[in-house]
Unconditional design. Sequence first.
Length: 309
Amino acid sequence: MTLASSSERVHVRAPGKINVFLEVGDVQDDGYHDVATAYQAVSLYEDLWASDADEITAHVSGSVAIGDVPVDDRNLAVRAARLLAGATGVDRGVHLEIRKSVPVAGGMGGGSADAAAALVACDALWGTGLSTAELARLAARLGADVPFALLGGTAVGTGRGDELSPALARGRFDWVLVVSDEGMSTPVVYGELDAHRARHLVDIGPAPRQPRVDPDVLHALRQGDPGMLAAALRNDLQAPALLLRPDLGAALETGEKAGALAGIVSGSGPTLAFLAADDAAALDLQITLSAAGFSALHVHGPVSGARVV
């Protein structure tokens, strides 16, 4: 990759994600959990522009609520730029203009998409010429979902979710998302999962020692069969998310009665993802949910990961 001119502005687009399957292991000594998840990148994107500057700075705008998004070193995109500069010996600044469309703290990895976009954009702007594998290693240092935002498509994630294996997915899957202006804290949801498991240990048994993705999920993805995938959707974080936000349960029921093949909490919530039979069914479902007062979006997957536009 050649060094970009000082006047160039690099535009990168990175997708949000849905966890179509998420099994969570027991809490570890460090407070984290091993997981086994099947990610699908969907057509709801974060856009990032990188341009030369004296320092590393960021500005955030978007079509979603952005009041809680920091622009200092707590911002994952800023951290990504600093990490890339430090790893490659670059002594240049960058201004990151971030336009958000993925709900903030919505369980769809919007911040991770920003970080992946920043890695790709700064690599292009600074001409550091890192390979995808090298960028992925840096991405893993920023958070569990960042490597997938870089890769895109459909993949199985293990460990903390950052150990990725691409998964074959044929055809197109149509989803309707119900989004919320009020985000949820991932650590709080995981904490509620631990408490929920402790309260119901006799009923649900111990957490899996080695989480794994259900083979039925992978088979459904390979077949490109929405009905088969709907029957295999699972998210261990759904029960604690519903305990923390009971209103999500009513929304799930509404979507399923309105014709969704199945509905699921995306990641740690509160975004809900409803799987539809096809494009036309998704459009009908979006119209019905919107008429019921929900903020509903029609997206599809799988789509590519972070790319220069």
